[in-house]
Design a binder for this molecule. Structure first.
Ligand SMILES: Cc1ncc(COP(=O)(O)O)c(C=O)c1O
Length: 401
């Protein structure tokens, strides 16, 4: 794969007519190291956020050994590229065939569930296996998150105690898991959810071996600047220590977005301008699904080699390349007022739920990938990295004295 210093160098070298995905392996490595070193438990990467084999390998090399998979396709993918990884099948509604294959062919032992029906399926599909680690997913609020995950999954409070008791009967390890919604903007999301975990354990009177706080850890986007990740970890650790669970119980989390948002950005070309609308060559059916369908704002930078720095900035919206009216990203995306056909734009923070959602609808979707060495447009980690590097340099200097 080609390597360039930054997106502008890609434009200068290639003047590409098709969109290009720009990868920043160092950003994914930094995020993975951060979680493996600072989260007070085990971090499972939620593969759905970005299943690229290259990213899986980077995360593995940086200390992520557990993977949250949600389909047989993801089970096969991770097992193929990382045969020694521990796979956790955390989709609460699975086919019996998928459970059986995961268990018998791919060594999966961890499964989530949110109903008695699913528990029965797991028991049948695994032939009543004695080595199951089963996590009961409870429903918690998504009030602090930008994207709700409160409607579809999660046992109702009235069912939780009986489901925990029944699962305890067949599980070697019993867990409780939840998801506070994606892009949780406050650590309170986790403390509120942990209150429900506590209530469930007390009501069911069962021994719980695993508490899995799910995903939801945020990244940085325009208009969404979350508190530092350590504040989330502190709240979670404090709540975990307060739970009525055994000393040997494990704490898990399942970050998707936070591990890979900074990993990729996208280089697009403007094909046409109509007023404040720019027609660009990627869109809702490409890497910009969230920008179109939930109005997510991603950071943008104009990449004209001869940018006039005196031009004022304007709010633009984007149309994507397909013939569909829905291929529209409202933004606003703030760019120089003189943008027009032939100009290039870098759209940042698309490593999570961006590249992974690309389709080939309408004949588009053929996208090249290059590596760039500069920093992502925003980061939750650079400050930390700078401090860590500073600390290392200081101690190296001290040892020389
Ligand atoms: C079960 C489960 N775990 C983890 C995640 C990852 O969430 P996030 O990307 O918000 O960290 C998801 C996302 O949908 C999920 O469904």
């Amino acid at each position: 794969m080609h390597e360039f210093p930054d997106a502008l160098a890609v434009v200068r070298a290639l003047s590409p007519d098709e969109p290009i995905t720009l990868l920043r392996p160092h950003a994914a490595q930094r995020a993975a190291r951060f979680f493996s070193e600072k989260f007070p438990g085990k971090s499972l990467y939620a593969v759905k956020a970005n299943p690229s084999p290259q990213l899986l390998q980077l995360l593995w090399d940086s200390g992520i050994t557990h993977f949250d998979v949600a389909s047989l396709g993801e089970v096969r993918l991770v097992h193929k590229f990382l045969p020694d990884a521990t796979l956790c099948f955390m989709h609460p509604v699975k086919s019996e065939r998928a459970i059986a294959q995961a268990y018998h062919n791919h060594g999966v032992r961890v499964f989530s569930l949110d109903s008695h029906e699913e528990l029965d399926k797991i028991v049948r599909a695994t032939g009543g296996a004695a080595d199951l680690e089963l996590c009961v997913r409870i429903r918690v609020s998504s009030d602090h998150a930008k994207l709700s995950l409160a409607a579809k999954f999660g046992a109702e409070p009235s069912d939780v105690a009986s489901l925990l008791a029944a699962t305890r009967q067949v599980a070697d390890s019993l867990g409780i898991c939840f998801h506070v919604g994606s892009q949780a903007m406050s650590p309170q999301a986790y403390s509120d959810a942990m209150d429900l975990v506590r209530a469930a354990i007390v009501e069911a009177s069962v021994v719980v071996d695993i508490v899995d706080v799910g995903g939801g850890f945020p990244s940085v986007y325009p208009g969404m600047e979350p508190p530092v990740l350590e504040s989330y970890f502190d709240v979670i650790e404090h709540c975990f220590e307060d739970l009525p669970i055994s000393y040997s119980a494990e704490l898990w989390c399942e970050p998707g977005r936070a591990l890979c948002a900074e990993y990729a950005s996208l280089l697009v070309k403007v094909e046409k301008r109509r007023g404040k609308e720019l027609y660009v060559n990627d869109g809702a059916y490409g890497a910009l699904f969230d920008a179109a369908h939930i109005g997510w704002r991603f950071p943008v930078i104009a990449l004209n080699p001869e940018t006039n720095i005196n031009v004022r900035m304007t709010e633009f919206s984007f149309y994507g390349p397909t013939c569909d009216d829905m291929d529209f990203m409202p933004g606003p995306f703030i760019l120089p007022d003189d943008m027009g056909a032939g100009d290039y734009i870098e759209i940042g923070m698309l490593g999570a739920y961006g590249c992974a959602m690309r389709t080939e609808f309408n004949g588009f979707g053929d996208v090249d990938t290059v590596t760039v060495g500069d920093e992502p447009m925003a980061s939750l980690y650079t400050q930390i990295a700078a401090n860590d590097i500073g600390e290392k340099k200081n101690s190296a200097n001290r040892s020389k004295q």
